[in-house]
Design a protein around this ligand. Structure first.
Ligand SMILES: [Zn+2]
Length: 305
């Protein structure tokens, strides 16, 4: 991070002390969870926020020390009061590296919710943005160029993205390289979901950016994932994390009509109970390459910074 940006963040962190911690629910979005920075450096996937176990521990302790209770949208509004301060840890996509979260959840006895793209789990295929990332990295491309290609592909239909990948990088390009980049298996998901701290939510069947598709396609993507998860773990999710945070009035209707009670976005704002009926819940993002304490201060702020 540049000196200027760091200075700005310090300033925001300081200002946050003036007014913070009003009763609210703070959602947090994570993707991969890495053992250490060495694992990130192997570049088997696009590390995105680059969060290691150490960062996660620091984050959890910040919020526990500040008097927050960790909850899951999958638990509904049980025990949630308008006067309380809550935090929701959520992981999108269904990476096998998320299984590393279990010892921490047990140690602190807190819940987290894992939003699963069921097609990748069933097919044991990597996520398309990771394929672009690692294939381009090994051809010597720079990060901005890779981001541009990922962004360009986001606008395409899922099937066209897969065709693009296989034409450019071969039929095997979606095969996992290691435990870092692969999705969890069905058996792992079943075992994981059997722990009381672990909650499973819907992230669609094929990671469709819902607002780019017809209502029928939205409904199908959501319901296929509902059915997969219920078949695997014996219960239907009650919440959805919209892939890439993309949602629309129709996407919210599709979620509602699929029996889902809550939708998670990437809007950077605090939410309030009840979660049931809230299809626009906000989520903040933590970055491993920035100071954890400073970021947590900013999240806790009640003044827009
Ligand atoms: Zn996702």
């Amino acid at each position: 991070m540049s000196f200027r940006k760091r200075l700005k963040q310090q300033l925001r962190s300081g200002l946050s002390l003036l007014h913070r911690d009003s009763p609210a629910i703070l959602g947090f979005l994570f993707h991969g969870l890495f053992d250490d920075t060495g694992e990130i450096a192997r570049q088997h996937l696009d590390a995105q926020q680059g969060i290691t176990l150490e960062h996660m521990r620091g984050f959890i302790e910040e919020f526990l020390d500040a008097g927050y209770h960790f909850i899951s949208p999958e638990q509904g509004d049980q025990g949630v009061t308008p006067e309380g301060r809550y935090a929701c840890i959520t992981f999108d996509d269904g990476y096998a590296n998320n299984l590393r979260m279990l010892p921490l959840l047990k140690e602190y006895d807190i819940p987290a919710t894992f939003y699963i793209t069921t097609g990748n789990v069933e097919q044991q295929e990597c996520f398309w943005w990771d394929v672009i990332y690692r294939e381009r990295i090994r051809r010597g491309a720079q990060k901005p160029e890779i981001s541009r290609e990922q962004k360009m592909l986001k606008d395409k239909h899922h099937l066209d993205i897969i065709t693009y990948l296989t034409e450019k990088f071969g039929d095997n390009c979606l095969h996992p390289w290691s435990d870092t980049d692969r999705p969890m298996t069905i058996d792992e998901l079943k075992e994981f979901a059997s722990h009381p701290q672990v909650h499973i939510g819907n992230h669609t069947r094929n990671h469709y950016l819902l607002d780019r598709y017809t209502y029928t396609e939205m409904l199908e993507q959501i319901q296929l994932a509902q059915n997969d998860i219920s078949k695997w773990i014996g219960r239907h999710p009650i919440s959805i994390a919209y892939p890439n945070g993309n949602f629309s009035k129709q996407a919210m209707d599709a979620a509602y009509n699929s029996g889902l009670k809550c939708g998670l976005t990437l809007l950077k704002n605090k939410s309030h109970p009840p979660l049931a009926g809230n299809y626009e819940m906000g989520r903040f993002t933590l970055w491993g390459n920035q100071d954890i304490h400073t970021q947590c201060n900013i999240f806790r702020s009640d003044i827009p910074l």
